[in-house]
Design a protein around this ligand. Structure first.
Ligand code: PGA
Length: 199
């Protein structure tokens, strides 16, 4: 709860100072208290999100956007539907695009055209993945299609019916994430301790 208030207030300050801020959002359980806090503050009239632009970190492949587990649906249910944000300013990678390379290039260009990301919110996986960048020998650059590791599938399959979890996703790359002007990574609980130590 304290993290939600601290991160939420930082985002509100950012948006109040620069109403057309570009925010990078993350899914997973970690940012949910922060999103609830943002909705509460919005309802209390402390902030308006009507001029912000958002980019989400990642999206599953081969999962319809209307599926309850798509990150598109998650973000709308957890945050966007409760704010005054304009739908045309909300951006996601399209995990169902036929040409994923072209889709990733489109997404990277949109982030650049928006002037880059002012604040990027991140979680971290138990195996230290960031977005869907799995631990690897070298850092990735722009958005790309990734085959998820067993560890990630194990952690996220609880949300899906048996065997229904996608094994591929599109994600922003590490270099692209690191270009954000400010990054806030939320990690709570003992399960994340080793990932943070190794990060
Ligand atoms: P979590 O996921 O917030 O649900 O722990 C984080 C992640 O997988 O990046």
């Amino acid at each position: 709860e304290q993290i939600a208030v601290a991160v939420g207030n930082m985002l509100i300050e950012q948006v109040n100072e620069k109403p057309d801020s570009v925010l990078g959002f993350a899914t997973g359980a970690s940012p949910v208290p922060t999103y609830n806090y943002l909705v509460k503050c919005f309802n209390e009239g402390k902030v308006s999100f009507k001029n912000i632009t958002t980019f989400n970190l990642d999206e599953y492949c081969d999962l319809p956007v209307e599926d309850k587990n798509s990150y598109y649906t998650f973000m709308h249910e957890q945050l966007f539907n409760s704010l005054d944000i304009k739908e045309e300013n909300v951006h996601f990678l399209d995990g169902n695009a036929e040409d994923t390379e072209k889709e990733c290039a489109r997404y990277d260009a949109e982030i650049n055209n928006a002037g880059g990301i002012d604040v990027q919110l991140l979680g971290i996986g138990n195996n230290a993945h960031i977005g869907f960048n799995e631990p690897a020998e070298s850092f990735t650059v722009g958005s790309f299609k990734v085959k998820l590791t067993d560890s990630t599938i194990e952690a996220n399959k609880i949300y899906f019916d048996e065997g229904a979890m996608p094994h591929y996703a599109l994600t922003m790359g590490i270099e692209q994430i690191m270009r954000a002007k400010k990054i806030v990574l939320i990690a709570t609980g003992p399960k994340k301790a080793e990932a943070i130590k190794n990060m």
